[in-house]
Write a protein that binds this ligand. Structure first.
Ligand code: PLP
Length: 386
């Protein structure tokens, strides 16, 4: 069966050029970058070249990039590292209700251990109000952490404005940019961020490779302790093939950013228009304009997202729902609840996330299959008035 992958916000395939770039670093150029001999220095040079490519992609200096294992680790590093280094100043963090679990879970943990956490609400589009950030800052606030764009609904937050407000009050600012690096133009100076998390597997690089951008001069302690790697900021032997792959992916993303965005926007418009033309009673979640080109999140009234997902999968189409199966109950997505959807509507939501390898023909196929699935499921739904 022909399979169509529309779950690129979950992960992307490695670009063939990325795979090629990584290949020699498994069995040929396998040195440890900390070793002083030829093998080590060969790996070191490649890691430093990848660091430069990643720094270029986000307008940073290479020494401001610390490699780590994932976006999740980068977020944990930012939160714990900044809190530990600034304990003398206070114990308060501000974040938002639509953050990824990789921010919300560590915040929950920190709260249990005596830190003060403010979780700001969002509007119906998922936007954080910068004035709310201003009001929430106290003399104990150390860090504001607001994501650059949301992974479920694609809304892009007013990061530069919020970073500016944080700085006016002498507070550090972190953004989880896992969904935006390699997808939209990013310049850490224009955004005004002190810390930024990114992850290779979201922009056609490998899994298990991430990084935290740390602006020069930012007070932060390591999250993973051990050896002196990453200039004493993150211990553990570097994932050399992963880092090389992420560097190659960064270089490609920078080169292709405009063409990629044009392609994704075309597919996005086609998909949104197609769904609205062919399926009644649907809602587009997220901001109508301030959104990532790859994201299409739709609520289909009267039916369950899981049923849609399984039916799509049977037709060879992979997408995702926001719902998380936890402790035996199906909880609706915290993001969809935060934007004010009812349980019923949140449960009927599907995220299609587009990628650079998707084609118009694939969207045509989806638009042929999806209306039939929705119609069939609605006919079976007790909520649907026929
Ligand atoms: N932050 C956001 C916004 C994400 O979408 C994800 C992954 O889905 C993560 C963090 C975690 O990244 P990783 O899978 O590299 O740990």
């Amino acid at each position: 069966m022909k399979r169509i992958y529309l779950d690129n916000a979950a992960t992307t395939s490695c670009h063939p050029a990325v795979v090629l770039a990584m290949q020699p670093y498994f069995a040929e150029k396998y040195g440890n970058p900390s070793s002083l001999h030829h093998f080590g220095q060969e790996a070191r040079a490649a890691v430093e070249s990848a660091r430069e490519k990643l720094a270029n992609l986000i307008g940073a200096r290479p020494e401001e990039i610390v490699f780590c294992a994932s976006g999740t680790e980068a977020n944990n590093f930012a939160l714990h590292g900044v809190l530990l280094a600034n304990e003398n100043k206070g114990n308060h963090i501000i974040t938002s209700a639509v953050e990824h679990h990789a921010i919300l879970e560590p915040c929950g943990f920190l709260k249990k251990h005596g830190y003060a956490i403010t979780i700001l609400p969002v509007d119906k589009y998922g936007l954080v109000d910068p004035d709310e950030v201003k009001r929430a800052i106290t003399e104990k606030t150390i860090l504001v952490s607001i994501m650059h764009a949301n992974n479920e609904i694609g809304t892009i937050e007013p990061i530069a404005e919020i970073a500016g407000i944080s700085h006016e009050k002498g507070v550090l600012f972190h953004t989880d940019a896992v969904q935006t690096v390699g997808q939209i133009e990013i310049n850490v100076d224009a955004l005004g961020v002190d810390l930024l998390s990114l992850s290779g597997h979201k922009f056609y690089g490998p899994k298990g490779a991430g990084a935290l951008y740390i602006r020069k001069g930012t007070r932060i302690l390591p999250f993973i302790r051990g050896g002196a790697q990453e200039r004493n900021r993150r211990a553990s032997t570097e994932n050399v093939p992963g880092i090389i792959g992420m560097g190659a992916a960064a270089e490609l993303a920078q080169k292709e950013l405009l063409t990629r965005t044009a392609h994704l926007s075309k597919l996005q418009n086609k998909l949104i228009k197609g769904i609205f033309d062919k399926v009644p009673e649907v809602i587009l979640n997220g901001h109508p304009e301030k959104r990532l080109a790859k994201n299409v999140n739709i609520s289909f009234r009267y039916i369950e997202g899981e049923s849609i997902l399984l039916n799509l999968d049977m037709e060879g189409i992979a997408a995702s729902t926001g719902s998380a199966c936890s402790s035996g109950t199906l909880d609706p997505s915290h993001v969809l609840m935060a934007i004010g959807l009812s349980h019923e509507i949140a449960h009927g939501s599907i995220r299609f996330s587009l990628g650079i390898f998707n084609t118009e023909a694939e969207i045509d196929y989806l638009l042929e299959v999806l209306p039939k699935i929705i119609c069939k499921l609605r006919q079976m739904s007790p909520l649907y008035k026929k």
